[in-house]
Design a protein around this ligand. Structure first.
Ligand code: CP
Length: 312
């Protein structure tokens, strides 16, 4: 069964049935990555372009690995070494790439809405949002949901606390939307300067008190302080930030005993999370990364192969 839409632009427009389909498909694709020969012919002859205007380690690598494991041809487009540096616009770049007949363009861009603009102009191929500004990062929320379900067996009814720089976080927005749709009890926490006043529209209860957010939590999702997006000073010092909103062993003891600790990466060690917690027994941070490949294989398959001859 394919996804209900032609593109994957955000969690906001994604029905619960599609979320469930992606998570279930990812579980079956995960098995391929555990084999000695990690490749199936499902998307042979298909072409995937990674169009990244912002840096990435996890998302770009895992989309490329996902495409390769499904036998698709993948091209990594780096804006800095392309004609973007000569002033070519996003639309012109995309139209030129589309003329080479790719099947999917995966885009990361600093401007919110860039994937939607691309989808409007590039009707011949599917578009996946790999992170648009401070708006959404849907594939991150999906891999996070898979990780939580693996560990907890469900999403519904879990207390999930998302803590840190909420304002600049597309991960926070996509996760709040997805977890709310799936029936989780979402808590949003950070300094008042780093939480938009209207954030509750995305779902969840806002608190500025980290212990309230941590109390009885099943899942704690720490976020990076995004200095590259901050034009002003949002907190007096890193020391003060860590003291109020950094996760350490003492604060984490307020959560449930079997709490899991998540972080989308990259981590600022000692700023939002104590390395002892990031590397400790309760951390599932690297499992999130592993699940990223499976979720992205599932999405490529469901957008391209599921409706046709594609079968594993
Ligand atoms: N989580 C995430 O988006 O990481 P990258 O920026 O490395 O892709």
């Amino acid at each position: 069964m394919p996804l209900s839409g032609k593109n994957l632009l955000g969690i906001a427009g994604l029905p619960v049935s599609d979320i469930r389909l992606i998570l279930n498909s990812a579980r079956s694709f995960r098995e391929i990555s555990a084999r000695a020969i990690k490749k199936v012919p499902t998307l042979r002859g298909r072409t995937v372009i990674n169009l990244f205007y912002e840096p990435s380690t996890r998302t770009r690598s895992s989309f490329e690995i996902a495409a390769k494991r499904l036998s698709a041809d993948s091209l990594n487009f780096s804006a800095s070494s392309s004609s973007v540096s000569k002033g070519e616009t996003l639309i012109d770049t995309a139209l030129n790439l589309q003329s080479m007949r790719p099947d999917i363009i995966i885009i990361r861009h600093k401007a919110a809405g860039a994937p939607h603009l691309l989808a409007k102009h590039c009707g011949d191929c599917a578009v996946i949002n790999a992170g648009d500004g401070m708006h959404e990062h849907p594939t991150q929320a999906l891999l996070d949901a898979l990780t939580i379900e693996d560990k907890k067996g469900r999403l519904e009814g879990l207390k999930v606390s998302i803590i840190g720089d909420i304002t600049h976080s597309r991960v926070a927005r996509s996760n709040a939307l997805l977890l709310k749709k799936m029936g989780a009890d979402v808590w949003i926490c950070g300094p008042p300067t780093l939480i938009p006043i209207d954030f509750e529209q995305y779902g969840g209860t806002v608190t500025y008190d980290m212990l309230e957010a941590l109390s009885g939590a099943d899942v704690v999702m720490m976020l990076r302080t995004q200095l590259e997006r901050q034009q002003e000073v949002f907190y007096p010092s890193v020391k003060e930030y860590f003291s109020l909103y950094g996760l350490n062993r003492k604060k984490l003891s307020a959560a449930k005993k079997d709490v899991i600790v998540m972080h989308p990466g990259p981590i600022n060690r000692g700023v939002e999370i104590d390395p002892e917690i990031a590397d400790g027994d309760l951390s599932v941070i690297l499992e999130q990364v592993t699940n990223g490949v499976a979720v992205r294989m599932a999405i490529l398959y469901l957008l391209l192969g599921a409706s046709e001859e594609g079968s594993k």
